[in-house]
Design a protein around this ligand. Structure first.
Ligand code: 13P
Ligand code: SF4
Length: 383
């Protein structure tokens, strides 16, 4: 590791349950490169366009990454999307190489669904506090202690945890899948996000046993300050990602996945919105929003707290234009998943994709409704 890289590392705290279920505070780091100059960005973008063509590669980006990477993905025939749509897009695309700009679990999901494709990521250390907070050994102990429950895990987990699950879900499809399981009389073991799990449990009334994980970004949104902001903007709609704490979710007009929240902006042209999710989403919201739309970031614990309170995921921020160009040049940073783990994880992911196809859930936001299915809004609905 070079000194420059070491200096760029920041430490973050996250909850990590031990084998007995007690939640401890653990630490992880993220390494964010210094910002590039405008000239560097222009030249990196040009190089990436050329390399994508030369390598028969496509860029699959999440809404939280650098705005230039999002734009480049769209401009070059790739996609910018939520976790569900990233998985579907990568599987359907003919490119032999997928460059996944997001966090590690997104690259792993792409590889599990596309074992024949090369999957590259700008930085393999881009992780997620939910994934870190759900180590496979402790999780296996938890599952083994509750053998009567159907195991449903959020996409934000390692391949090994997905391999132990019956179903993998993303935030845009978690609610209908749990409703479906409840209708079949199944009891659920849910991991790792406790806020999303509790939200789904309250919405569906399903019998759910929850793992104690949290997203370090969404956990920082503050209910009291949000109430004050709402009072200042009485006409504003509050859009909340369900990884946020309950006291924030109950103030929402729309609770949804990243695609669901963008769709809400499109459905209310010219409106005012308070947005409680990673600030990276504002780039795409601004691009699609009708003239006169006002977007306000929801309050967090603020700069007086820790640097994770900036409402921007430190691991998503590890995706840089330089990093995208570098992996395409060098072909390094390839995602590899053990064959046996991948085969087992694929079952839980495919189950979700089949459910999404059968119920026409998902798609990318678009005026008039989500592009894959005008009837389904990809979000979780009103609070
Ligand atoms: P979405 O599936 O809604 O894009 O969420 C992914 C994520 O990591 C949110 O923090
Ligand atoms: Fe994970 Fe939160 Fe970052 Fe999403 S925003 S990738 S849940 S740490």
């Amino acid at each position: 590791m070079t000194t420059a890289v070491k200096d760029a590392r920041r430490l973050y705290e996250f909850p990590k349950p031990d084998a007995s279920g007690v939640c401890l505070t653990a630490q992880a780091w993220a390494r964010v490169e210094p910002p590039a100059t405008r000239a560097e960005r222009t030249s990196a973008k040009q190089r990436i366009r050329e390399l994508l063509r030369e390598r028969n590669a496509v860029l699959v980006a999440h809404y939280y990454v650098d705005g230039d990477i999002q734009d480049l993905a769209e401009e070059t025939g790739g996609c910018v999307a939520d976790s569900l749509e990233m998985a579907r897009f990568g599987r359907a695309h003919r490119a032999s190489t997928l460059v996944v700009a997001g966090v590690r679990f997104m690259g792993e999901t792409a590889k599990i669904l596309n074992p024949e494709k090369t999957v590259l990521m700008p930085d393999l250390d881009a992780t997620c506090s939910l994934d870190l907070g759900c180590p496979v050994d402790e999780f296996t102990t938890f599952c083994d202690a509750n053998p009567d429950r159907t195991v449903v895990v959020y996409a934000n987990t390692s391949a090994s945890v997905k391999a132990r699950a019956d179903w993998m879900v993303t935030s845009s499809i978690a609610l209908p899948i749990v409703e479906h399981l409840k209708a079949r009389g199944e009891k659920i073991l849910w991991a790792p996000d406790r806020h999303l799990g509790r939200y789904i449990q309250e919405e569906t009334g399903a019998d759910m046993l929850l793992w104690d994980g949290a997203c370090i970004v969404h956990d920082e949104f503050r209910a009291a300050e949000l109430g004050l902001l709402k009072a200042q903007h009485p006409g504003a709609k509050v859009l909340v990602h369900p990884e946020s704490p309950r006291a924030v979710v109950v103030q929402a007009d729309v609770v949804g996945s990243t695609s669901g929240l963008i769709q809400a902006v499109l459905d209310n042209p010219g409106g005012t919105f308070i947005v409680a999710t990673d600030g990276g989403i504002l780039h795409h919201m601004r691009k699609l929003a009708a003239p006169g739309t006002t977007l306000i970031e929801a309050p967090t614990a603020g700069s007086g707290a820790t640097c994770k309170s900036c409402a921007h995921c430190p691991w998503m921020a590890m995706n840089s234009l330089r990093g995208v160009a570098r992996v395409l040049e060098e072909g390094n940073n390839e995602i590899r998943v053990d064959d046996d783990i991948a085969a087992r994880a694929r079952i839980s992911i495919e189950r979700m994709l089949e459910f999404a196809a059968a119920h026409r859930i998902g798609g990318r936001p678009k005026a008039g409704g989500l592009s894959a299915n005008p009837e389904a809004h990809g979000g979780l609905g009103p609070a």
